[in-house]
Ligand binder design. Sequence first.
Ligand code: ADP
Length: 421
Amino acid sequence: MAWIILGLNIAVTVLVLLFLALLAHHLYNMDRMVRWAQQPLGTPVPHATGIWDYLFANLSRHARSALEQREQLARSLARFREASQAMPDGVIYLSQHRTIEWMNAAAERYFGLDTERDLGRAVTTLIRDPDFVRYLGEHTADHRHAEPLILRSQRQDGLSLALQIVPFGEDLEMVLARDITQLERLETMRRDFVANVSHELKTPLTVVNGFVETLIDAGDDITSEERLHYLNVALEQSQRMQHLIEDLLTLSSLQSGPEPAGGDPVNVQTLLRAVLHETEVLSRDRHTITLEAGEAACILGNQKELHSAFSNLASNAVRYTPEGGSIRLRWHVKEDGSGEFAVEDSGIGIAAEHIGRLTERFYRVDRGRSRETGGTGLGLAIVKHVLTHHQAQLSIHSKPGEGSCFSVRFPAKRLTPPAQK
Ligand code: ADP
């Protein structure tokens, strides 16, 4: 009996010991699990045995997939930020309280902001322009601006921005700023151009109308000489309008036409002879005109365009050189293979401050003189466009009272020997 009781005691003791050992094992692994859970995501799971091995393996799998998801999200966010950063438009994200949450480099540049310094600050304390503050204030959930706000920057001279507020997410907003400086400049140019054309056409039209009315009112009360004089003046003015329209059409076709990539070989000597002939006709023996035709060559390009550019330069020389003056047309091929056409005159010359603007449409130093000689104010603008088409450069050297030299340089790749024609 005593043996049985002893045996039972030993069995119970062994069972209790086993139970305690199991409890200690679970408590130990639970403690490891709690510690592991407190570590950053990605920490390797502890090694274990039995059920804990299975549990840790499962945890490890979940942790890995959570880590991958997080990395994926971080990559997407980084890509999104990179894309916003690369945008040419300025982007500012605003919180519900309209403080700056994030902005890209363009926004920093446009508004003189700094990410390090200005994140978390109210946008209206940083962009204080009253128009912007009002525009933002008026932009609510119930009222959204259909039109962007045009803001002329006070920080950067001449910078014009078109601002728009775009709501997104829950009560968040994005301020988009687009640089429209260039667009505004083009619009001003377009308006000036229309005003100039109208003005140029108005004067001759008024003259023609005036003379025609006079002729009608006078009936038979004027002499035939007077009638002829009136008709001649009207004809002169209508020819002036015709020239203007021809020049406008040339300019417009030059601006809209494709640039000849290579073009046809245009024989320079033939071109020079034609230009010389026209110059002599225009001069009517009032000037000494010489031609130095230089080396035979062809320019790869458009014959009509080149003719128009060369003869515009030569006719300007005639028109701005008083009687008795001299005009030289020159061509030569330089050592580096480039070719130069130059028109030199001993005429009235041009003051330095005008030289940079001569190729602008309708820019004239002396409006009266240009008109008297049948100028439209478009000749050098045409020359500039033709030269751009041919990758050529125009240089102007001039001194008032001494004369001018307009030279055009064609790159070597635009020249070929005439034999290849
Ligand atoms: P325009 O029809 O008025 O001559 P252009 O575009 O050909 O127009 O020339 C612009 C202006 O440049 C002219 O009005 C004139 O003032 C000046 N100019 C051009 N060529 C000469 C030149 N050879 N000598 C002096 N002034 C010139």
